[in-house]
Design a binder for this molecule. Sequence first.
Ligand code: NCD
Length: 350
Amino acid sequence: MRHLLDPTDLTVEEVEFIINRALDIINNKDLYAHACEGKKLATLFYEPSTRTRLSFTAAMMELGGNVLGFSDARSSSVSKGETVADTIRVVSSFADIVAMRTTKEGAPRVASEYSRIPIINAGDGGHSHPTQTMTDLLTIRREIGRFDHLTIGLCGDLKYGRTVHSLIKAMNRYEGTHFVLISPEELRLPDYMKQELGENYIEVMTLEEAMPMVDVLYMTRVQQERFADQAEYERLKDAFILDEEKMTMAKKDMIVLHPLPRVNEITVGVDKDPRAAYFRQVENGKYVRMSLIYTLLQWREEEKCAQHEVALTDHLCQNDRCISVTEPVEKKAYVDAEGVLRCHYCDHKL
Ligand code: NCD
């Protein structure tokens, strides 16, 4: 059975298919109004969310399906100590597909191993957020028209920002992609992500340096909830602020993206600039989720098999945010393309 746990669970061809279907939905909404009639989406949100959960809900409703679930772990049996594995076994009896958001990295992968229905990762800790990436890709396609030969600036919290990690993995598969990384020293991209990039990136210290180079500027919020030390968050939270003056240094046809919510990192004055695409990006999120839900349910019916098999061995993960540290799951690892042993759940180097 196919799940969407990581953006690279979809091949480049499959990404193309999902994006094209999303474009078709935008142009022919009525044709899809009953596409998922009689089907149920369970939204299991263990972590706060506004747009992602509502976007999934709206997407399923516009496909003619129904939605059930919870938006706060305190109102579910998790608060009684239930494991992800048990929760998902139960939910498999009630729904046809799941969208789940967790603080624990790798929890959606654990869920997929016990589930009888497709699992969509709607964000797991600082690890991955594939449906936001599909939203970003649809926006890039609609705004710029291509995925190749683009310079992408990523600004803000590159350490904990799961949207950044997933976007890098997805965009790095296209020819001529370059990344400009803009972050404070303390919030730099983790080494395991830099390895993915090889030679395809530079790090700069200021937004001013990056502005003239980028075709896409991906702004992100400093992820307060992932800081152990709140004083450190206060010191770093306003490190980079995009304003109208900095926009004058950018290319005429670049775009600014942001997964939202915005805190201070983009001034409201930038919103009226036609290159500010972040509110258009939100709408694309709904259409791409419609395309994903419909397609995963179809693939399930066709029993299409997973493309990516990994070699697994026993291991103990050192990442204290990883699900395998707190729940009694089988300890597993895999060897990546560079020969590095990584955790099966959160991808950290072992
Ligand atoms: C992002 C997330 O949850 O990772 N938001 C979203 O899904 N639209 C970004 C963030 O919270 O900063």
